[in-house]
Structure formats: structure tokens, C-alpha cells
Write a new protein. Structure first.
Length: 218
């Protein structure tokens, strides 16, 4: 199994207008500190390694870093965690993002179906993924009409419409986001799996906060 590194995924998303937070790469604690001048605080820090797919499982993710001490200590902690859990891991450094705390979380994914080929999935993200398992699927490519049907097809779509005083989601922007993911996968048939979880919907747009792409064997 070959997975793209997270910054490679983010650069690919850029080409299709799929937004994500700004990021900075750092190969040392000093380089990580320099990112403070480029990104708004607080920060998220993640390990960058071709041998680490599930970063949280090995202590490779830290959130809420607020100053130089947090960032410097965080870098050393992540490297120590990953080295302890997987000594053979090839480590390139870390990737840093500004935290985007507010907004509703959804999940968008793509898998390969034996009959239909690439299939796109949409559902509520965050705690709702495990709790509700409320998702819809369509074969790629999809149209805006397909995307709207996916969005309105989840059982708990009332959450998207504004629940208990929360602001309703812009479903047209969400549908466009799904179509852009579909277009990306349609044009890159080397992709086996794609996982954007979570995607945070804010007043300023939709942002993929975590992204993973796995390539086909050959």
C-alpha cells in the first residue's frame, strides 16, 4: 500500500479548488518555530512520514499549540512518540496548520467498488460518524444534482438545515465541494482511496482539515 504524504494530498486538492488550511512544513524544531510567523495561532502539528498512515495512533498529532515553547516542545514530543512506537519509521518532519475550531464537520470519502468502480461517500463528521453511521453513496462521476441528492439523502439532514439555533449550511457550496472531489478522482485513476475527515464547514467556506490518499497497487 502506497499513501501520499499529507502535504502532497493538500497540493493536489489545491489544483481542484478543494480548500484546506494554510500549512508549513518543518524538518526541525527551529523550522517549526519559524512557522509561527506564517500561520495564525493556535496551531495543529502532525508527523510527516511515509511509514505513518494513522498519525493519532502513534502520538503523531498535537493541537492547541499557542507559542514558541509549545511548538518547540511539541516538535520534540512528536518525534519522540513516533520513534518510540515505530523506530523504523522514516521521518521527514512535521506539518503545521492553524486550527479551525468553529463549524459543522462532515466527511467525504472515495472507495473502489468491484461493480461500480470509484464511489464517493458523504456523511456527517466528527462524533456523528461512529454514532449515527449516516452516509450516502454515488458512483463517480457525479453531477450537482447527484451531489444535492447525496446531501439531502442523509437521515439527519436537519442538522445541515440549522439545528437548535445553529446556522444552516450552504448546500450549494457543499454540493460543489463533492463535485470537485469527484472530478479529482475521475482524472486520477491511480487513486484507490481518498478520505477527507473532517471537512469543516464555516462561514468562510469548506476546509479539509485532514486528508489521505492511497494509491492502487500498480
Amino acid at each position: 500500500m502506497t499513501a501520499l504524504l499529507e502535504y502532497q494530498v493538500m497540493d493536489l486538492l489545491d489544483k481542484y479548488g478543494i480548500h484546506h488550511p494554510d500549512y508549513a512544513l518543518a524538518g526541525s524544531a527551529d523550522e517549526a518555530v519559524k512557522a509561527l510567523g506564517k500561520l495564525s495561532l493556535p496551531l495543529v502539528m502532525k508527523i510527516v512520514s511515509p511509514d505513518i498512515l494513522h498519525k493519532s495512533d502513534v502520538g503523531g498529532v498535537l493541537i492547541g499549540l499557542k507559542d514558541e515553547n509549545d511548538v518547540r516542545d511539541g516538535y520534540e514530543k512528536i518525534i519522540k512518540n513516533v520513534t518510540w512506537y515505530k523506530p523504523e519509521a522514516r521521518i521527514q518532519g512535521v506539518i503545521l496548520y492553524p486550527m479551525i475550531a468553529d463549524g459543522l464537520e462532515v466527511i467525504v470519502g472515495v472507495t473502489q467498488d468491484v461493480t461500480f468502480g470509484p464511489v464517493i461517500m458523504f456523511g456527517l463528521g466528527g462524533i456523528f460518524v461512529e454514532l449515527l453511521r449516516d452516509v450516502t453513496f454515488r458512483a463517480i462521476p457525479i453531477t450537482m444534482k447527484d451531489a444535492r441528492q447525496m446531501i439531502n439523502g442523509i437521515k439527519n439532514k436537519v442538522i445541515l438545515d440549522g439545528w437548535r439555533g445553529s446556522k444552516a449550511v450552504d448546500k450549494e457550496k457543499l454540493a460543489d465541494f463533492l463535485c470537485r472531489v469527484s472530478d479529482l478522482v475521475r482524472k486520477h485513476d491511480e487513486i484507490s482511496e481518498l478520505d477527507l475527515n473532517p471537512v469543516r464547514i464555516t462561514e468562510n467556506g469548506l476546509f479539509a482539515l485532514d486528508a489521505r490518499i492511497i494509491l492502487k497497487e500498480n
